[in-house]
Write a protein that binds this ligand. Structure first.
Ligand code: ADE
Ligand code: ZN
Length: 389
């Protein structure tokens, strides 16, 4: 089905009204400058910026490494339980205002424990906010604990052990921070142990990183992840696309983040992933730094790639499908989404244009995919990784 939403306003209304899930958002990356200033004042810390706008205009990054320096500087105002509560609650309120009904949120315990903040302080604040968001906003959430890949495997293992008393409060583990020189296999034992402890597994493979394709293969073959965070570079390798499809793995794509650290939204690639049948989703990553929460990310790719109503629905179906929500909740969310598809804005249009011709963009995507499928295995990777035949 290829119903085009007639204009920007129609697309915005459709996206706003759609019940949605977010699976890739770093809570520390939702720290808006206003709250950062408030927490600095609460904790008696001096920031060299007087206003939120001063702070915003000081944010300057062009790649993952330069972004992470700004991100870790921001984190330093988070000290007490109330700070973590306020951080998470602000995100949950924003998420609910965008009609997100379910969120899996990353947090980076090592970025706090390394500064002397107890693991329990982080967990207490986040868990209190989750309970409050569930009761007062009707927003369901789960925590994913990320290890910092530019720290040692020993530090990650120690963090995993610290998390065990909170095993029931954390659904899975991930891997984030600076990817250069820090491949997935560096953390093989940590992830093996995490799996044994019952955690679900995901890992960042940031866009256009050195050895990007090889890192994604490691995630599959050496780690056994269920999802890849970002992962857009799979498109450089037809065999990898096929394997990801075969395993039903999900990709959590973050378009506005891509624009800031990888030079473009990768909207066309997102469409290619959808057309290849990969379970791709749209997410916000670090919305306080890459301005745009989930709806703005969906709007950005919709505008750039003229995504149809059904493609927007499919991205959202994928998010629920690959989520780690309990199956009965996941199915309830999917039912609500189908209800929206059938009766929400544009439903009559969708029924009427069911047989409309393909757009030029869709035809071009299909051509690229056919070309990709003709290519042999791993022969043409963007990062020069060795060919797999
Ligand atoms: N930590 C926070 N945001 C991140 C990102 N986009 N990639 C890697 N590590 C991160
Ligand atoms: Zn991320």
């Amino acid at each position: 089905m290829c119903t085009q939403l007639p204009d920007h306003r129609a697309a915005a209304a459709f996206i706003q009204g759609m019940p949605k899930a977010e699976l890739h958002v770093h809570l520390e990356g939702t720290l808006e400058p206003e709250l950062r200033l408030e927490l600095a004042a609460r904790n008696g810390l001096e920031l060299p910026y007087a206003t939120a706008d001063d702070l915003r205009s000081a944010y300057s990054f062009t790649d993952l490494t330069s972004f992470l320096a700004v991100y870790y500087e921001g984190i330093s105002v988070l000290r007490g339980e109330q700070d973590f509560y306020d951080l998470a609650m602000a995100y949950f309120r924003k998420a609910r205002s965008q009609n997100i009904v379910y969120a899996e949120v990353f947090f980076d315990p090592q970025a706090h424990t390394a500064r002397g903040v107890p693991f329990a302080t982080v967990m207490d604040g986040l868990r209190r906010a989750q309970a409050e968001a569930q009761t007062t906003l009707g927003l369901q959430s789960q925590l994913i604990m990320c290890f910092l890949r530019d720290q040692s495997p020993e530090s990650a293992m120690a963090t995993l052990e610290q998390s065990l008393p909170y095993r029931d409060a954390i659904v899975g583990v991930g891997l984030d921070s600076d990817e250069r020189g820090n491949p997935p296999v560096k953390f093989r034992e940590v992830f093996e142990r995490a799996r044994r402890e019952g955690y679900r597994l995901t890992m960042h493979c940031d866009v256009d990183q050195h050895d990007a394709v090889a890192h994604i293969w490691q995630c599959l073959d050496e780690i056994g992840v269920e999802r890849v965070d970002h992962g857009v570079n799979v498109l450089a390798d037809a065999a990898l696309v096929a394997e990801i499809k075969r395993r039903g793995l999900g990709l959590t794509v973050c378009p506005i983040s891509n624009r800031y650290v990888a030079g473009g939204l990768k909207a066309r690639q997102l469409r290619d992933l959808l057309e290849a049948g990969v379970r791709a989703t749209v997410n916000s990553d670090d919305p306080a730094y890459f301005p745009g929460y989930l709806n703005e990310n969906l709007m950005a790719v919709q505008g750039a790639a003229a995504l149809t109503r059904d493609e927007l629905l499919e991205l959202t179906r994928n998010a629920f499908r690959i989520s780690w929500a309990p199956p009965e909740d996941r199915d309830r969310y999917l039912d609500a989404l189908e209800e929206y598809a059938a009766h929400g804005p544009g439903a009559e249009l969708a029924a009427a244009t069911d047989t409309a011709p393909e757009t030029a963009g869709r035809r071009a995507s299909a051509r690229r995919l056919r070309a990709l499928a003709r290519g042999r295995g791993r022969a043409a990777t963007s990062d020069g990784a060795a060919a797999r035949t």
